[in-house]
Design a protein around this ligand. Structure first.
Ligand SMILES: [Zn+2]
Length: 242
């Protein structure tokens, strides 16, 4: 071994370390206090890469990769059963609160006005236009806006899981001998104030506006059926509401 060459090599390595240890002002220029050495930058990058590789598989599918032995599989099944039970308990609490209507105590239980037919929303601004294949009229309203029955009647549906309607209530009416049904969809969770079989009065609180089911934004989807025929709900209200 040539001692001169060996010393030369060591000096070159020391020089390399000294070079990369210079604060990387070009990379991090915000303040001098933020200045990092290239080693720190490299260490941070390495750390973030490690974190990403640890997190990604777990985020993709916890149940797919983590259990391998029979004991682990059983443990995972137990955990999943516990999570399911917790979700069901939450759902039960939500439906229980809807039957007591505790969520609705701060809003009027009866809409103002008189007459056989009332508007379902106390404040009426704009509404969506009915379109092909859409049997209701959409009334834009804030979450929590009270929804009232359009007339005296009997509740024939009250559910948290309507097809596309989400949380909804349907009422059957007989208005001066004419059979009318009204359906109120996309109510907020836990706000239904009536159950199937309940008798309701015109203007009685049914629930509150939300965006459950197939809804993009909070609104009331109102369907009015007169003697079996779907009506333009807004036109029907203009003609009939007192
Ligand atoms: Zn609608």
């Amino acid at each position: 071994m040539n001692p001169v060459r060996s010393t030369f090599t060591v000096a070159a390595v020391v020089g390399l370390v000294a070079t990369v240890a210079i604060p990387a002002f070009a990379a991090v220029r915000s303040t001098s206090a933020d200045a990092m050495t290239l080693q720190q930058v490299a260490a941070n990058n390495a750390q973030s890469i490690v974190v990403a590789s640890e997190v990604a598989p777990a985020a993709l599918d916890r149940s797919g990769f983590t259990a391998t032995t029979p004991e682990e599989i059983q443990k995972k099944k137990d955990e999943e059963a516990a999570a399911k039970a917790a979700a069901e308990a939450l759902a039960n609490r939500i439906s229980a609160s809807s039957s007591t209507a505790s969520y609705s105590q701060s809003i009027p239980l009866v809409a103002p006005g008189s007459g056989l037919v009332r508007r379902p929303l106390m404040s009426f601004n704009n509404f969506g236009t009915p379109y092909a294949g859409h049997r209701g009229t959409d009334y834009m309203a804030d979450r929590g806006t009270p929804i009232y029955s359009v007339a005296d009647g009997t509740v024939v549906a009250s559910s948290e899981s309507g097809p596309g309607w989400g949380v909804y209530v349907k009422v059957a009416h007989n208005i001066n001998g004419t059979n009318v049904t009204s359906l109120y969809a996309h109510m907020d969770w836990g706000t239904r104030a009536v159950q199937v079989g309940d008798t309701v009065s015109a203007g009685q609180l049914l629930g509150q506006v939300g965006d459950t089911g197939r809804a993009f934004g909070t609104h009331l989807h109102l369907e009015i059926v007169v003697d079996g025929a779907y009506m333009n709900a807004e036109s029907w209200l203009v003609a009939n509401a007192g």
